[in-house]
Design a protein around this ligand. Structure first.
Ligand code: 5GP
Length: 189
């Protein structure tokens, strides 16, 4: 079988770390918490493409207060399929000003923290009233810069995960759960 052309997604999965049901329950919990904390305000949810897309789509619908959304896309220079380099390039910037706004960054995963560290500095420079972070997954074992995560979904072990937006070689983003792939899938590239 040609894996690149005929990826058999589920057959490549070694272990499901977080199920669809667990994600759904956590998103509802985070949505309720955010609705309480931002009560009386309009929050601007800034999602970082592409990995955060499903999380953003689910989280925004779990928030009951007025919310606006904006999207950024970043990529890191160099690095490999499973390692970030820390040098970040903005591929898509915000479409509206966040000056004086309450901004919540909606992230899929925080690993070394280098990407978010860059984004935080960049967004702080745009003068928001507040700037907080909501991350679905936290992988603290590999952190290189200290990041204070205001809203955290799950803490996961030091494993390269896919699914629910997260990719390996741009595939597996459409799996509805968070999983680890079989070692031979990672070593095949
Ligand atoms: P950091 O800069 O914190 O090391 O990594 C940020 C980005 O690296 C994430 O937004 C994500 O795109 C990618 N990343 C980090 N860990 C993983 C992982 O376990 N699986 C996948 N698919 N991407 C990851």
């Amino acid at each position: 079988m040609d894996r690149a052309r005929h990826p058999d997604l589920v057959n490549d999965v070694d272990e499901v770390l977080i199920t669809e049901e667990q994600i759904r329950a956590k998103v509802a919990e985070l949505g309720a918490m955010l609705s309480r904390d931002y009560e009386g305000r309009t929050v601007v949810l800034v999602s970082v493409l592409k990995g955060s897309l499903p999380f953003m789509a689910d989280l925004m619908r779990a928030i009951s207060i007025p919310a606006q959304i904006d999207l950024m896309e970043v990529s890191s220079y160099g690095g490999t399929a499973t390692e970030t380099s820390g040098l970040v390039r903005i591929l898509k910037d915000l479409s509206s000003s966040i000056d004086g706004r309450d901004v919540l960054i909606v992230e899929d995963i925080i690993d070394t923290g280098l990407t978010l560290n860059y984004l935080l500095r960049y967004l702080r420079g745009k003068n928001p009233r507040s700037l907080r972070i909501c991350a679905l997954l936290d992988k603290p074992a590999r952190r290189l810069v200290e990041i204070s995560i205001d809203y955290r979904g799950f803490t996961i072990p030091d494993k390269f995960v896919v699914g629910y937006g997260l990719d390996y070689g741009e595939l597996y983003r459409n799996l509805p759960f968070i999983a680890v792939l079989k070692p031979e899938v990672y070593s095949a590239s």
